[in-house]
Design a protein around this ligand. Structure first.
Ligand SMILES: O=C(O)C(=O)[C@H](O)CO
Ligand SMILES: [Mg+2]
Length: 263
């Protein structure tokens, strides 16, 4: 049975983070994941997750100056020191909050791709070793070019090259079905191929990025495939609710799944 985590970067977007955590617990989620929680005291997040019996999954490394179009620093030549500082910040936040994983955000590159790849690989080796010392997983996520034009990588094959080159057991693939659907399609085949490297899965409808009960992907088949491949990890609900987040959760019953899979 699939088990779902609430991505609080997108769900209940109108509330402060601690209220979003309460909303996720009230709705019946047993795990949450965050985007950039750095303005919130990690000790408060830890306390609330404990009180509400929520597992805290992942966060993202600092995005950089988003007003200037930055979206991560990991593959930016010349920004190695800034990226390691971002990794240190994320590890410290994980340790204080209890979060388990960090998505190493790569960046938008006006650079030569090979140079950026070498930079990302070098940065990830250092970052993965630092994270391993604290039992934290690093995640790699190809992001589609329509949502993030110029993002360093959008294809699973590019992620595969980086995973091979870094070759660290705590560097895993974040298989965001939405991005894979937009960029490459053939989702079930790609799930099968990449399953041994997958550390986390995220979902949303394609092309709307809304609740996964509309659009061109049939999520019933995706959940069945994940089950049949033996995936027991969390599936992050990283979608943009069409209207009200709570009302939108009716997609679960519609697709024959539930938030209580682990109870
Ligand atoms: O954009 C996505 O799909 C993500 O999962 C990243 O964490 C950035 O928000
Ligand atoms: Mg994602």
């Amino acid at each position: 049975m699939p088990k779902f985590s609430a991505n609080l970067g997108f769900l209940w977007p109108d509330r402060p983070l601690l209220d979003r955590i309460d909303a996720a617990a009230d709705a019946g989620f047993e795990a949450i994941e965050l985007h950039w929680p750095y303005d919130t005291d990690p000790a408060d997040v830890r306390k609330l997750c404990k009180a509400r019996e929520l597992t805290l999954l992942g966060i993202n490394t600092y995005a950089g100056d988003t007003a200037k179009g930055e979206f991560g620093l990991g593959a930016l030549p010349g920004r190695e020191v800034d990226f390691q500082q971002a990794v240190d910040q994320s590890i410290a936040w994980c340790r204080a909050s209890g979060a388990q994983a960090i998505h190493a955000v790569a960046g938008v590159i006006p650079f030569d791709e090979a140079h950026a790849r070498d930079t990302f690989i070098g940065n990830l080796i250092r970052a993965a070793d630092k994270a391993a010392a604290h039992d934290v997983t690093l995640l790699l996520e190809p992001i589609n070019q329509r949502d993030k034009p110029g993002y360093f990588y959008s294809n699973l094959s590019q992620a595969e090259v980086i995973l091979d080159a870094v070759d660290r057991p705590n560097l895993r693939l974040m298989f965001d079905v939405y991005h894979v659907g937009v960029t490459e399609g053939d989702v079930l085949t790609r799930l099968r191929r990449h399953m041994p490297r997958i550390g986390h899965v995220q979902i949303a409808a394609v092309p709307s990025r809304a609740e996964p009960d509309e659009g061109e992907l049939r999520y019933e088949a995706i959940f069945e495939t994940l089950d049949s491949l033996g995936y027991t990890g969390w599936i992050g609900c990283e979608y943009k609710p069409r209207t009200d987040t709570d009302a939108g959760l009716k997609w679960l019953a519609k697709l024959g799944v539930s938030l209580r899979a682990t109870r």
